[in-house]
Design a binder for this molecule. Structure first.
Ligand SMILES: Cc1ncc(COP(=O)(O)O)c(C=O)c1O
Length: 342
């Protein structure tokens, strides 16, 4: 079977694990500090604070933004990873679903109308593509989530440099993935100090609204630091693969999800005119693991009717996007896709 994703952990990852364990310090330390500096530089923010997951990064950012105000209204894309929803709920905020268009990006007029009554908006660059609304002047603070699009650019600037707060994930299959982990970045030093205090209950010198063990271990940070060294090459390999795959589709009903900003090519998405499930099953018979981009849209989880997200769920299939795909795998993938299209 060709897997849907395949993070590769070569000798440099093993060397890093040995180096960190030999140092006798595996909890948060120099590796986490180096990762913070690395990410702050990459997203052009003054400070970054390492945490234990991308979900925690969002929750802590929301808690820091809406201190003491439980029930803050937070805009989130209806068609994105459910971790975003659970992060909002964990921060005791109220999620407000924002719909997507055919290209899976937000619908600008609709989103801006909703923004008028929001306390915070989470802009997610969806599935490695770039969300152009990241550059808009929103009437509320913006958390920019680059978990899937890390490394992509918009208007010559890295994603993650636009929001008031940037969050990302170092989960293994993510573009900057190590094992587990996350990051909150911002130019606001006081805000970053609040995040730091919240991730370390043992360090608290006074009673806080919230604190929990959310530090990132040096073992996990070290793995992410190693991944960052090859992230650019992996992105180039994915871009080359996407270019080849673009040639497999003509103007038929099944077509790649298009858009002006393709981002870091983390995922290769196609629309199937309501056939997502059967398309995935047919690919499976050809030895190809494809997947829905989200298991269940957030709007479905919340029981609200959001038509663009619902349509995306019925239509969209994510094909394997492997930076290290072999020639025989590529041929198998091409044959499988062409046979399913016809
Ligand atoms: C867009 C997005 N944000 C946040 C997260 C949460 O990251 P983590 O898995 O590290 O908690 C994910 C992960 O699935 C994600 O896709």
């Amino acid at each position: 079977m060709i897997p849907h994703s395949r993070p590769a952990f070569g000798p440099s990852f093993r060397d890093k694990v040995v180096q960190v364990t030999k140092s006798g310090h595996v909890a948060m330390g120099d590796e986490a500090l180096a990762l913070e500096q690395n990410i702050a530089r990459r997203v052009q923010k003054e400070r970054a604070v390492a945490v234990d997951s991308g979900t925690s990064a969002i929750t802590l950012a929301l808690r820091a933004l809406s201190r003491k105000e439980s029930g803050s209204r937070v805009g989130i894309p209806a068609y994105t990873c459910s971790s975003v929803l659970y992060a909002v709920l964990a921060a005791e905020c109220e999620p407000v679903c924002m719909d997507c268009g055919e290209d899976l990006r937000l619908i600008p007029e609709q989103a801006m109308k909703q923004a008028a009554s929001l306390d915070t908006v989470i802009i997610v660059h969806p599935f490695g593509m770039v969300e152009p609304m990241a550059v808009e002047a929103w009437p509320c603070p913006v958390i920019e989530d680059i978990a899937q699009a890390a490394g992509a650019e918009l208007n010559g600037r890295p994603v993650g440099s636009f929001g008031d707060v940037t969050v990302t994930s170092f989960y293994a299959t993510k573009p900057w993935g190590g094992v587990y982990g996350g990051m909150v970045a911002s130019d606001d030093h006081a805000f970053c100090e609040v995040i730091k205090a919240m991730r370390d209950p043992d360090g608290a010198v006074q009673l806080q609204d919230y604190a929990g063990h959310h530090q990132l271990s040096d073992l996990h940070a070290g793995m992410a630091n190693v991944r960052l060294e090859s992230a650019g090459n992996e992105q180039s390999a994915r871009e080359a693969l996407a270019h080849v795959m673009d040639g497999w589709f003509d103007t038929g009903e099944v077509a790649p999800v298009a858009g002006i900003h393709q981002g870091n090519r983390y995922r290769y998405l196609i629309r199937t005119a309501g056939e997502a499930e059967s398309f995935i099953n047919r690919l499976m018979h050809h030895g190809v693991t494809a997947a829905r981009t989200v298991t269940t849209p957030i709007s479905r989880l919340l029981g609200v009717d959001v038509p663009g997200a619902e349509k995306a769920w019925l239509d969209v299939v994510s094909l394997p996007m492997l930076a290290d795909i072999s020639e025989s795998e590529l041929e198998q993938l091409r044959e499988a896709v062409e046979s399913c299209i016809s």
